[in-house]
Design a protein around this ligand. Sequence first.
Ligand code: MIC
Ligand code: SF4
Length: 692
Amino acid sequence: MAQTLVYKIIDEHLVDGRLTPGAEIGLRIDQTLTQDATGTMAFLLFEAMGVKKVRTELSVSYVDHNMAQFGPENHNDHLYLASVARAVGAYHSRPGNGICHQVHLERFARPGRTLLGSDSHTATAGGIGSLAIGAGGLDVAVAMGGGPFYTTCPRVIGVKLTGKLPAWVTSKDIILRLLSILTTKGNVGCAVEYFGDGVASLDVPARSTCTNMGAELGVTTSLFASDEVTRQFMAAQDREDQWRPLAADADAAYHRLVKRLHVERDTKVIENISRFCTEVELGQKDAAGFLDVSFDHIEIDLGELVPLAATPGSPGNVVTVSDLAGIGVDQVLIGSCTNSSYQDLMTCAAVLKGRTIPPNVELGVHPGSRQVLSMIASNGALGDFIQAGARILESACGACIGQGNSPGEARVSVRTFNRNFTGRTGTADDSVYLVSPPTAVAAAVTGQLINPRTLSQDLGIDWPNVAAPKKFLVDDSMINSPGPEGETINIVRSSTIVKPPAGQSVPDTIRGPVTIKVGDRITTDHILPAGALLKYRSNVAVYARSVFNCFNTEGEPTFADRCLAAGVEGRSAFIVGAESYGQGSSREHAALCPMFLGVRAVIAKTIERIHFANLVNFAILPLTFANADDYDTIEQNDELLIESACSAVASAETVEVVNVTQGMKFVCKLDLSERQRRILLAGGLLNYTRKT
Ligand code: MIC
Ligand code: SF4
């Protein structure tokens, strides 16, 4: 049978289960990546597993998130990571070498290989044809130890690209268009595969911009074929010997996706589906105004794309830049793992050359890697940025994760990044627009959101049309190699690096209060912010004090206080959420810290993939309402009770929850694989892995 490329790579790596969409599968993992903010915990958990050396083909530890170094914590983490990587046989990309996804793409990612990373944007490497998946740190630790990675065999959504992008329109506009069709919810358990004659016109970094923001769609992974363009990119990185051609079979069939949408609230999405999808069918509207919309594959004519932007709050709020024309801009930031490649920066530098930004605009640039920074430094483009008035920021995540450059109150910040969840910048009422590099630089030059095409029309600036370099500047001297066999390494463990707490098996009776009830689309940034708190990632007891702090009311006990007060005499705490609970980042601390605080169950309408797995890994019951309306019957502080939880976890499909306060009962689904049931009963993945 004709196969998609996603399935071909899965087939080659399948060690458990069958290639049946929706079923649990175990995959052999060839490569892993960790970054410092999740990696310190991942390596601590790896050490706790008792495995001495990594058993993958390649494992790389990156330092790119926690770079501000206010206080000793960050540097302590870096020293631990460098030493533990050397001891266990992993590579270590040092601070300053660049953002993990950009560097991995440049130096390590390979077509046809599986890559598991403790970061939700790991699928960036799908742009080179690697089956790359983001996961929690503990899953990555298990993979480093040679264990399979378990996930749901994805349903593959096909995205056909035809034609060629016009001037001033880039691949960021492709993925924003896709977000306007698929939205940020309802895509769990799917993968996106790009195909069609339009693909050949996109270079590898452009493809990776699309695969990177698959994380915002909530899909497991996103993939492009490995073709002549891939070969040229790898040759330019001195890695042609690692290239291998790969493509889906010509007549591969893609998944027919069904989305449940609301006729009024989702009018725009329904319009976009009707415009960009094939064989669209609209179902019957129900009494509440919902209907099923199904379609075969998506088709985007690149030639017809226009510059797009995601408006503040969510990467899924997509409109055309022309719709926003005239909005004044206070800050422009270029960078992040989505758009910090050589081509991205050269495009911006070409526009800025010989100009100075207006007095009211702040411009910052985070080159994606030391390779990118070195290349723009030697060809003069860095000088164009400096002369234009740009602030040259580190080759790191930086502002993308709220490590600096927070905008002023209610100031408009235009960024080439991938996430604009409110408050992620470090400013509570931020107003962040996500755009392509040309749109960002047009904003920097004019001080307003404006279709970048007007740069040609009004200012006579030619579309730079930056070609992929024939040769990148290759210098791996900031990547430490694993230590030689037999070498004795002193692993540096400073006082701020604290052993993670042990997981506890699910108790048979779970009783306690709902310590928080939240609404739709709660991201892991809501659950546990990063920014200035990143430095506590390796100290769970301290970091846990900040869980759900964004919902604090002055003078009232915090979420952590409420949980700790609830957790006396064997009592537990519950979290109640709505749609797409746990969106966004892979940070397992969003499960680990609640576990530390005594949370034993999360009940939500739907739970996102990585967060669901993290909850299981830390022995928190991930429950979903059998009837979504039951959400409305629960109040914060209600006392809930689950009896015989262990036997339910062992074998039942559902479990009854008693709302003691309201005198009601409701049913929740236990949508778990056999393996996940065993993990919960063992007290989490670490205990389970130690036992098996
Ligand atoms: C993010 O973009 O939110 C992060 C920071 O890269 C996270 C990882 C983390 O929380 O450390 C992610 O995307 O997984
Ligand atoms: Fe870093 Fe931002 Fe990319 Fe996350 S999204 S890896 S914080 S650059």
